[in-house]
Design a binder for this molecule. Structure first.
Ligand code: ATP
Ligand code: MG
Ligand code: FE
Length: 328
């Protein structure tokens, strides 16, 4: 079964073709990051317009790279939500139009499910498993007993991890997006600040990063000369201490044998290193997708769609974008 997927939830326009939920045939991503950089973040109206401009070209490009004719596509998958409503609408409209013209079904996919299923493109998911989802808009620990079956164990109560990286980068007057820049700077810095770690109530697997952001802000403002690398290293350590420890607890409490990681922040060098050493120490099987599958792409949406459809998820031509679509 060949699925063509479209992803437009934020500022990446992406189209991909995947066979049987596993085999990557093509994966085309047009990032708007250069366009939004001068605004210091994503401007929704600009993102929507750009999705419209790019869509036809990307559809052709994805089919061409996969060497597949449109008529050979068995289903069209699309990110239904969550995300920017105007941006999502472009993808949903394109998907419905294409599916209608080809006479194939539309499969709506949750964006976070997509991030999780990036892992299925690099190996077989082994259930039950725990997934750490760390992206620009989400920070969650999710238990999966089976395909396309999600139980949330914990989530952020305020900022997402990626959002914290982006906000701290802005405080440090670094470029957007902040994650990759802080990742690089932190490697050259020393942990000189003892920033707060939000452990929350005992036993809680929830996260909170807004207090940390405020602590960084106060530290920067109260100092004459700020060593950016040291602030980056100290901030990152505070984030990762909590992320990695709560992930460890989630794995132990559930007794799963596989840990999979998803979302843009899983591109982080130090997070990957820490999770790899945790996996080595405990024998837990770790799945870390390559960087290009961690950040937004449509291949992950196609992979998720294959399993979503097996669970009976499909849509008609009345499908609408849902900016606050729930995962569970
Ligand atoms: P969501 O998936 O929750 O809707 P999103 O799609 O915007 O949000 P992703 O594309 O998955 O998020 O990830 C983008 C985020 O990942 C940004 O916040 C970015 O700063 C962060 N990020 C990317 N690379 C790194 C890195 N090396 N270290 C830390 N954070 C990173
Ligand atoms: Mg993005
Ligand atoms: Fe994302």
């Amino acid at each position: 079964k060949t699925i063509l997927a479209i992803e437009t939830s934020c500022d990446e326009t992406a189209v991909a073709l995947v066979r049987d939920g596993k085999e990557l045939l093509s994966n085309v991503v047009s990032s708007q990051v250069e366009i939004h950089r001068r605004f210091g973040g994503v401007v929704p109206e600009v993102a929507s317009r750009r999705h419209v401009e790019q869509m036809t070209f990307l559809l052709e490009e994805a089919l061409q790279q996969a060497q597949i004719k449109a008529e050979e596509v068995d289903a069209v998958a699309v990110t239904q939500g969550p995300g920017l409503v105007g941006a999502l609408l472009i993808g949903v409209t394109a998907a419905k139009t294409l599916a209608y013209s080809l006479g194939v079904p539309v499969i709506p996919v949750h964006h976070v499910a997509g991030h999780i299923y990036a892992n299925q493109l690099v190996g077989e998911m082994q259930f039950p498993l725990v997934s750490l989802v760390v992206s620009g808009g989400h920070t969650e620990l999710i238990l999966m007993e089976d395909h396309y079956d999600f139980e949330r164990l914990g989530q952020t109560r305020d900022d997402a991890a990626g959002e914290a990286y982006d906000k701290v980068a802005r405080l440090l007057e670094l470029s957007y997006p902040g994650g990759p820049v802080i990742d690089q700077l932190a490697q050259k810095g020393k942990v000189t600040y003892n920033f707060p770690r939000a452990w929350l109530e005992p036993g809680s697997l929830d996260f909170s990063f807004s207090g940390l952001k405020t602590a960084v802000k106060n530290a920067i403002q109260s100092e004459q000369e700020v060593v950016v690398e040291d602030v980056a290293a100290s901030f990152q350590t505070a984030v990762l201490d909590v992320l990695v420890e709560k992930t460890r607890r989630a794995v132990e409490q559930t007794g799963v044998r596989q840990l999979i990681v998803a979302g843009g922040v899983s591109a982080n060098t130090e997070l990957r290193r820490r999770l790899q050493s945790y996996a080595r120490e405990t024998g837990v099987t770790l799945s870390l997708p390559p960087l290009e599958l961690c950040t937004d792409n449509a291949a992950m949406i196609a992979a998720a769609a294959y399993y979503a459809e097996q669970k009976g998820i499909k849509a008609g031509l009345d499908l609408n974008a849902d900016p606050s679509l729930p995962l569970e």
